[in-house]
Every structure is written in structure tokens, then in C-alpha cells.
Design a protein around this ligand. Structure first.
Ligand code: ATP
Length: 331
């Protein structure tokens, strides 16, 4: 039995969490959940959306499954997601984007992986109001963070039989910051002669991704470009409802969907739990419960391929609970 921190989050978080927990239980996952609330409601009661108990729980358990958490706006709180990633040093954000059979998209051969640096860049949050009409934000890029994210990307490529790693920057404009990132990527590339290494500017990448996404394999990017490109990747495969992610550090991993708390559909039993379920499947693999992971994966893909019971975001008319029941029935 493995203890895993579970953050049900807010917005659609609790609904999709309930769905995923019931699927994992039915599939026989050997998990004891250490439930830790966080987000807007918690901020009202505990004065912060991310109390220390949440961080302590993840440090203790080393693994977490996290639904989206809202950071209350305009109350001076730092983003919960950024804070979590920074305080646990979850330096790599991994977002695989692969077509799922049965989900119609413009392309049917997308299979790329976005490896996003997770701790610095403009997310360092160093901003300053200069005067009434101007403000500035400082972009931090360090050698240490750039080397380790590049190493992560190449190591991932080797372990997952990938062929190419492409470093994505805007080094023609941000010569010092993105230039440093690129130099670090080149340095690591030299250590992996078996993996082809390429470079591309982020604007060019965006254009090519919407024309020929099949050309790309593993992408490694600084934080901000990584954030934007991973949403683009989610769009290529059918939207945020199916886009999974993981934040990985040396000792700890937090698995979470790419999407946010979707307040527009909160409490309507409409949300697609697939992105959180795919994140949970990756988590099961990470904690060595591969058989259970594959069992759920097979059923999920079967239900989607059949196309009879799908949520609205996938052009179906099933509710969250009907989709969940269909998966459980097939298990
Ligand atoms: P954040 O800034 O936290 O990423 P956001 O409002 O920019 O949040 P999301 O909350 O991810 O973005 O929502 C973007 C759109 O995608 C919304 O219209 C939302 O309803 C839809 N959406 C997001 N997740 C899902 C899901 N799991 N199922 C169905 N629709 C979703």
C-alpha cells in the first residue's frame, strides 16, 4: 500500500477527483490517500491557499495527485502552482501530447513531449511598478536550472525511445538569457550522441506545430514558452480535457492535468476527468503499479474509441458521472 497526497483542488477539481479516485479504487490500485485541501476556500479559512501542511504531506509521501487549484486574485497571494513547484523544487514539467484514437482533430499523428523548465524565467515573480505608466518583470535564467532541465529532457528521450530533442528559445532577441539556456542545452546534447539535437525559435515552432506537428518529438523549453506551447500541444490532440502533466523533482513528483479549475463549468457534472485520470495513470506507473495503470489505460482508450459515452468537450453528451460509470463498468 502506497500513501499518496491527494489535492482535490477547487472549481471542477473535486468532481474530477471523485471520478478518478473511484476508477482507481475499482481497478484495484493499492493507494491510501492523504487528502489535503488547498485553494480559494482554504484561503478564506486558513489565511493562505497553500498551507504548510500540504507541502509537508507531499514531502512525506514523495508523490501527489493534484487537481486544479485556484489562486485567489487580487489578494496578494502568489500562485499556488508556482509556489508548490518552487518549494518542492519540482524542476521539470512533463507534458506528453499524443493523439487518442477516437478523438477527431486536425492531425492524427501527433506524438510530442513538452519538457518545460519549472522554477525560473518570468515565473520568478520579480516585478516592479516603475511609475503609473510603466512596470517591469525580470526574467531569470540560470546555468544550473538550464543544465538540469536539458539533462532531464535527454534522459527522458533515452529512457522512452525517443529520437530527437529540440531546444526552443528566442535567443535571437533574449541573447543573454535564452542564449545561456541554449548553450546549456548544447553542452548536454554533446553527452548524448545517440539522440539527435535540434534548435528552433519559439515563434517558428508555433507556426510549424499547427502545420506539421508530426515533425516534433521531445521539446525542451524555458518556463514561459513551455507554458504556452504545452497548451498549444493540448489543442492539437483535442483540448484541455485530455491533456495530462507531471511536475518532477529529484525526490518528489506531483501529477496534475494541464487545465485550470474551469470555473465556467464548475458544479455542473460536465467536466472531463480524462486529463486527471491520465495523470493518475502516469502516477501509478511512477509508483510501480504498472499493471493497474495499463488496465485503466486500456479501458479509457476503449471507451473513448467507441465514442458512445463522451463528455461535452469531446462533442459527446455524457456527464462526468456517466463517463466515469462507463469506465468502471468496463473495468
Ligand atoms: P488557468 O489560468 O488556471 O489555467 P483558465 O481559466 O485559463 O485557468 P481552464 O480553467 O483550464 O483555463 O479552462 C479553459 C477552458 O477549457 C474553459 O472553457 C473550461 O471550461 C475548459 N476546460 C478546462 N478543463 C476542462 C475539463 N477537464 N473538461 C472540460 N472542459 C474543460
Amino acid at each position: 500500500m502506497q500513501t499518496v497526497t491527494l489535492i482535490p483542488g477547487d472549481g471542477i477539481g473535486p468532481e474530477i477527483t471523485e471520478a478518478v479516485v473511484s476508477i482507481l479504487k475499482e481497478a484495484g490500485a493499492e493507494i491510501e490517500w492523504d487528502i489535503q485541501t488547498a485553494g480559494a476556500d482554504v484561503a478564506e479559512k486558513e489565511g493562505t491557499p497553500l498551507p504548510d501542511r500540504v507541502i509537508d504531506s507531499i514531502k512525506r509521501n514523495k508523490v501527489a495527485l493534484k487537481a486544479p487549484v485556484t489562486t485567489p486574485i487580487g489578494k496578494g497571494f502568489r500562485s499556488v502552482n508556482v509556489q508548490l513547484r518552487k518549494s518542492l523544487d519540482l524542476y521539470a514539467n512533463l507534458r506528453p501530447c499524443k493523439n487518442i484514437e477516437g478523438i477527431k482533430t486536425r492531425f492524427d499523428n501527433v506524438d510530442l513531449v513538452v519538457v518545460r523548465e519549472n522554477t525560473e524565467d518570468l515565473y520568478a515573480g520579480i516585478e516592479r511598478q516603475i511609475d503609473e505608466n510603466s512596470a517591469e518583470s525580470i526574467k531569470i535564467i540560470t546555468r544550473k536550472a538550464s543544465l538540469r532541465i536539458s539533462e532531464f529532457a535527454f534522459d527522458y528521450a533515452v529512457k522512452n525511445n525517443r529520437k530527437t530533442v529540440t531546444a526552443v528559445t528566442k535567443a535571437n532577441i533574449c541573447k543573454l538569457t535564452d542564449g545561456l539556456f541554449l548553450n546549456c542545452a548544447r553542452e548536454i546534447a554533446d553527452k548524448y550522441p545517440e539522440i539527435e539535437y535540434k534548435e528552433i525559435l519559439v515563434d517558428n515552432l508555433c507556426m510549424q506545430l499547427v502545420q506539421n506537428p508530426e515533425k516534433f518529438d521531445v521539446l525542451v523549453l524555458p518556463n514561459l514558452y513551455g507554458d504556452i506551447v504545452s497548451d498549444l500541444g493540448a489543442g492539437l490532440i483535442g483540448g484541455l480535457g485530455i491533456a495530462q502533466g507531471a511536475n518532477i523533482g529529484l525526490e518528489t513528483a506531483v501529477f496534475e492535468p494541464v487545465h485550470g479549475s474551469a470555473p465556467d463549468i464548475k458544479g455542473q457534472n460536465k467536466a472531463n476527468p480524462t486529463a486527471l485520470l491520465l495523470s493518475a495513470i502516469e502516477m501509478l506507473k511512477y509508483i510501480n503499479q504498472k499493471n493497474i495503470a495499463e488496465k485503466i489505460e486500456k479501458v479509457l482508450y476503449k471507451v473513448i474509441k467507441e465514442g458512445k459515452v463522451l463528455t461535452c468537450d469531446l462533442k459527446g453528451n455524457a456527464s462526468t458521472s456517466e463517463f466515469t460509470k462507463e469506465i468502471i463498468r468496463n473495468l
